[in-house]
Design a protein around this ligand. Structure first.
Ligand code: ATP
Length: 493
């Protein structure tokens, strides 16, 4: 067992997943008839995903849920996403050597990939590199290897890019680990492992092993797999304590989801300790969806002399969104107002945000009693259940999605026509949460269409929050009288 405090967090998290992990590994062993590793060949069927990361349940408080949030959201986004995120923003490349020519590719052929890998790429349905891949892939595949720090929002093709780089650098004739990939959680490691398996489907000489808590190896094992994916605790143990991996032979080190990684106390120390064991010439690659200062500081410690690629997030704007507020005195009145709005205008799909799970649950119940097809996204749900709810909503099976902020912050749900803040977004100190407001409202009115946002105000306090939001965005939010049907009809025109 690892001894540091950070490792405890991973231990706890992985211990929860252990029973499922062992089962899964056992299945795999029975399937493959192999010795004691959860190895998969690139051609093997991919591992099933355990449903163990929870937004919170039992005696967990909502604030505690928030801590698991980043990893859960990242996983959720991966589960619900089947395509690249559309972005028109430009890529910014800062080269270590500004005099060397800047390469970018518009096709996978230009990269001169091994035929087995090209076949894997096309089998995954990729026709051409994504924006970030255009620039990152030539850099990552260059000789001599170059270090890279890359930032772009979730869903822009980072995982596929570094998986391709790892598989390209592996020498299948060498039966020992050559690429290490560190992910913040057990579940995220499994997701990335799946991508490695898919992309390496036609490259069966390359083998993958999961360095995750549930995978117990015999002492003295020398790994033969070329690619190792895992969480930092187990990865460090396998390198340092058990010596299953010889870190001196590693050619590529990938640190995925750096922003999620540093959210867990101590994860970064562990990653740095792994990195220190690697040879100087090892290629260091670090990926992150965001680049706040803490991530940046961490990235610079892990990746010496980096090239840097950034893809800015699409700016969210309130310009095409009509915003209103409704004055009420209680949650029951807010519900009545909501019914009036539904009675007056046709709403294709709406997302309704509540402050607590309790309110969300109550509102979902009331709305379905009124005959609405309602989906509820709640903190008690496991991530896989949440993904299923979002999938159904996106398919239009339900027309209303009621949710709390904890569940929906950062989630890429496709366009909805109306967003309703049943409760206004505030942070833990009760101050207006402008960023969340923008993100919620940004769900509507995308791609140039006009969207509608309605805020429910039920106290002096929430009126004050609304005023501050108006001031912040310098945008007037008009009052709407929901007892006047004509007036409501007008807002939809
Ligand atoms: N070149 C491509 N063409 C088409 N689809 C792609 C391409 N690259 C990746 N994808 C698909 O787009 C989705 C997002 O890609 P990927 O998971 O690599 O993004 P990401 O930036 O790593 O996201 P996250 O930060 O959430 O992990 C996946 O479903 C992936 O299969």
């Amino acid at each position: 067992m690892a001894t540091d405090s950070w490792a405890q967090a991973v231990d706890e998290q992985e211990a929860a997943a252990e029973s499922i992990g062992s089962l899964q590994i056992k299945d795999k062993l029975e399937e493959n008839g192999t010795a004691s590793t959860a190895t998969t060949t690139a051609a093997a069927a991919s591992a099933s995903t355990p449903a163990k990361m929870e937004g919170g349940e039992g005696n967990k408080t909502e604030e505690e849920d928030d801590k698991d949030d980043k990893a859960a959201q990242s996983l959720l986004n991966k589960l619900i996403r089947s395509n690249l995120v559309n972005t028109t923003n430009q890529v910014e490349v800062l080269q270590r050597d500004p005099n060397s020519p800047l390469y970018s590719v518009k096709s996978f052929e230009e990269l001169r990939l091994k035929p087995q890998l090209l076949q894997g790429v096309y089998a995954m349905g990729f026709n051409r590199p994504s924006k970030i891949q255009e620039n990152a892939l030539p850099l990552m595949l260059a000789e001599p290897p170059q270090n890279l720090i890359a930032q772009s929002q979730s869903g822009t093709g980072k995982t596929a890019a570094f998986v391709l780089a790892m598989l390209s650098h592996v020498d299948p004739n060498n039966k020992f680990p050559q690429c290490l990939c560190v992910s913040p959680t057990y579940e995220l490691a499994l997701q990335t492992g799946k991508v490695i398996e898919q992309m390496g489907k036609y490259y069966s000489e390359v083998k993958l092993v999961y360095a995750i808590r549930g995978n117990k190896l015999q002492r003295g094992t020398q790994l033969q797999e070329q690619v190792v994916i895992g969480t930092p605790g187990t990865m460090l143990d396998w390198c340092l304590k058990f010596k299953f991996i010889d870190p001196k032979k590693i050619k590529v080190f990938v640190l995925d989801e750096a922003d999620v990684m540093i959210a867990t106390q101590g994860h970064q120390d562990q990653s740095i300790r792994i990195q220190r064991m690697l040879p100087k010439q090892c290629q260091m690659l670090l990926f992150s969806a965001t680049f706040e200062e803490t991530v940046w500081n961490f990235a610079q410690r892990i990746v010496p002399d980096p090239n840097i690629i950034k893809l800015k997030r699409e700016e969210e704007t309130l310009d095409t969104i009509k915003q209103y507020y409704v004055l009420c005195n209680s949650k029951e009145e807010k519900f009545m107002a909501l019914c009036n709005i539904y009675g007056a205008i046709t709403i294709a799909q709406a997302m309704i945000f509540c402050h607590t799970r309790k309110t969300a649950g109550w509102l979902a119940g009331e709305l379905s009693r009124e005959g609405h097809q309602v989906a509820l996204l709640s903190g008690e749900m496991q991530v896989e259940q949440r993904a299923a709810v979002i999938d159904r909503f996106r398919e239009g099976k339900e027309k209303v999605l009621v949710t709390t902020n904890v569940c929906a912050r950062g989630i890429d749900v496709e366009q909805v026509s109306v967003v309703i803040n049943f409760d206004l977004p505030v942070d833990r100190d009760g101050n207006p949460d402008n960023e969340t407001y923008l993100h919620r409202i940004g769900r509507t009115g995308r791609f140039g269409k006009r969207g509608l946002a309605i805020n429910m105000v039920d106290s002096k306090f929430s009126m004050n929050v609304l005023n501050k939001i108006q001031d912040h965005f310098n945008k007037n939010i008009e009052k709407l009288d929901t007892d006047d049907l004509d007036e409501i009809e007008k807002i939809a025109s």
